[in-house]
Design a protein around this ligand. Sequence first.
Ligand SMILES: *Cc1c(COP(=O)(O)O)cnc(C)c1O
Length: 398
Amino acid sequence: MNESKYVYLDYAATTPMDPQVIEVYKNSINEYYGNSSSLHSMGQKAAKSLVESRELVASLINAERNDIFFTSSGTESDNLAIMGVALKNRRHGNHIITSSIEHHAIEKPCEYLEKNGFEITFLPVDKYGLIDTKQLEDTITDKTILISIMFANNEIGTIEPIKEIGTIAKEHNIIFHTDAVQALGKIPIDVNKLNIDLLSASAHKIYGPKGVGMLYIRNKGIREGRGKYIQPLMYGGGHEGDLRPSTVNVPGISAFVKALDLAKKEMPEEIKRLTALRDKIIHNLTENIDHCFLNGHPTKRLPNNVNVSIQYIEGESMVLDLDFEGIGVSTGSACSSKSLEPSHVLLAIGLKPQDAHGSLRITLGRFTTEEEINYFLEKLPPIVQRLRKLSPLKEEKS
Ligand SMILES: *Cc1c(COP(=O)(O)O)cnc(C)c1O
């Protein structure tokens, strides 16, 4: 292992930009700097680039070009979906169904709505992080206006039964949103086959730039024709179909689209390669480290996600010791956050707080090599051994 090269294993947090994406980005900044709303040729050039971007994204998820709306992030897309649908459809009902393992970008707007007259059902999940579709269906009332369930979880990698959820939502004539920030570009997604009405995505999780996102909004013929069923959250110019004002980030969007296109092309190979590396890590850690278990589902999980609990020690200490060895991973332990609360996802799958504190998330990506994984697998066990010697928690072992 080259000493100077950092082993980055935190691709679920963010990714480096792909060199091919950077090329497109650089070119677009130079060539397409015009405001896509301007009448002159520089504006029209930018507008044309934007149309092409929209077309390409649409083709990648089997959507209509005009149903693609660009935003500033996954967080903005999630907020626009939740708050926008809630505000616009209040007269139809005030009930929203989501899960207890959503990203904060869904959880927090739902909590806000709950304080403001909406009823939110946070569906529990099983020990793997899966929602129960029967329970989902039982929770639907005539006041339910929206179901929002994430495609794949960012911490434990569990992939939810999206097709079944889409079918249920369609049968009951309820709008279905999915946060696909961790899934788009990693596993195949077809919004029509899956009956998805709204889908959030973000560029920086798939080797694109930070600060660029997308919301797919099924519009033509939506259910009983609620027409424009989303209220904008910001007011200003008329960009993005009056739904999302602010001068459009044409270069960022070109880069996002290039990133998506690359991800789609490499997907079959990457799924195979990363799944093998993922399972090698899971196998190695659970075999070779005592009191270590997998979090999330063994097979219904993202190809690039490993999440384990290593009992009797703190995730933070492992993260810092690994960083000292030039390895970057993350933990659902949260001594870094003010609340000292461990991850709500790990608690939702039934982990004891102390086991959540001992969690380690290792997420792989395009630039991860087998050599890097071997290096990580060699460095972790002695760290665990050393920390356990120091840990007061080990007393609890019986
Ligand atoms: C990262 C992430 C987000 C937020 O996306 P940003 O572009 O960073 O705002 C939302 N949902 C999930 C599941 C994520 O992993």
